[in-house]
Design a binder for this molecule. Structure first.
Ligand code: ZN
Ligand code: ZN
Length: 323
């Protein structure tokens, strides 16, 4: 809450946007977020007539706000179907709680919810493999979740998968690709995210990419959407948290900087796309020898990781036994 009044009416403001020099009450903030999401969808041509949109749900605020907005915008359209998809990683009790939150939300919004678990698809639980591998839990989990979400989307015949990336996530990714000099990834960043041109990859869309994280959080609080979740196995790489805190510092000194990073990122990615010679650079997409999923080598990263974590877990249980 702020002490100021809404710039559009007499109500108390719930947010002040320094970079715009205006404050908004709950009602006008809600209208504004909806307008922003609609604009992102329209400008990026993210949703087309006939689409089935699978919304990746985590139980957290981003995906909850995204589902609520998509239902609000497209819920009455007979030519567009919205379904929820959710991955159970096998993390107790965090995941059970967030899954029930996702199911409850889908129920409230009248949307079908499909759940797939690592246990059913990969015969493992994150609780059993946490801290086992060399790469950090989020790396393993992230690759498996991506793989499983894509699979679930195909199972529900989705044309697109909506992911809850907000403006902060997007600004971080742009900065990280600059820092790493990853031109290919930089060129690919945008409201639509096609991992590779292959019919087995479901195209990903980001309806929240123009909404700042703190505004997604405020929206979820005001409308009672999503649960506060913090995975107990969090082990992120080191770059993203550093970039995140740097961008937050920058934003507090220079309000609006995240918006300009994302809008410049869009221009830069178009320029890179137009000017780079990708000839011979693109890896050929083939099917994984083990699981049949599309990938750029003989065995996909997920299958490589599965072997790695199962070996590491077996080794550590042997050590436990020796002790
Ligand atoms: Zn107002
Ligand atoms: Zn595979």
């Amino acid at each position: 809450m702020t002490d100021s009044k809404c710039s559009r009416c007499d109500e108390d403001a719930v947010i002040t946007r320094e970079f715009e020099g205006r404050s908004l009450c709950k009602e006008h903030f809600t209208i504004d977020i909806n307008k922003t999401v609609k604009k992102t969808i329209r400008d990026g041509n993210l949703v087309e007539s006939g689409d089935t949109i699978a919304v990746g749900l985590s139980g957290g605020k981003d995906s909850a706000v995204m589902l609520q907005q998509l239902v609000e915008i497209f819920g009455k359209r007979p030519d567009i179907e919205i379904v929820g998809v959710c991955v159970h990683e096998g993390i107790d009790p965090y995941r059970d709680e967030s899954i029930s939150a996702a199911e409850e939300l889908c129920d409230d919004l009248g949307v079908e919810c499909y759940i797939g678990s690592y246990d059913d698809y990969y015969d493992l639980k994150m609780d059993d493999v946490a801290d086992a591998g060399e790469k950090g839990n989020c790396t393993y989990c992230g690759i498996m979740r991506r793989d499983l979400l894509n699979k679930l989307c195909r199972e529900v015949d989705a044309d697109k998968m909506a992911i809850g990336h907000n403006l902060d996530d997007e600004a971080q990714s742009i900065m990280m690709n600059h820092i790493k000099g990853d031109m290919k990834r930089l060129a690919r960043i945008g409201p639509k995210d096609d991992p590779a041109n292959h019919e087995m990859f479901v195209e990903r869309i980001k309806p929240l990419r123009d909404v700042m994280e703190r505004e997604v959080a405020l929206f979820s609080r005001l409308h009672d959407l999503g649960v506060i979740d913090r995975c107990p196995h969090v082990q992120e790489g080191s770059l993203r948290p550093m970039v995140k805190s740097f961008l937050n510092k920058l934003e507090s000194e220079m309000p609006g900087i995240k918006y300009s990073i994302v809008s410049q990122g869009r221009e830069i990615s178009d320029m890179v796309e137009d000017n780079m010679d990708w000839e011979g650079e693109e890896n050929e997409i083939q099917e994984c020898e083990r699981c049949g999923e599309p990938c750029s080598s003989d065995v996909c990263r997920k299958c490589q990781l599965l072997v790695e974590i199962k070996d590491a877990a077996a080794e550590s249980s042997e050590h436990d036994f020796e002790r």
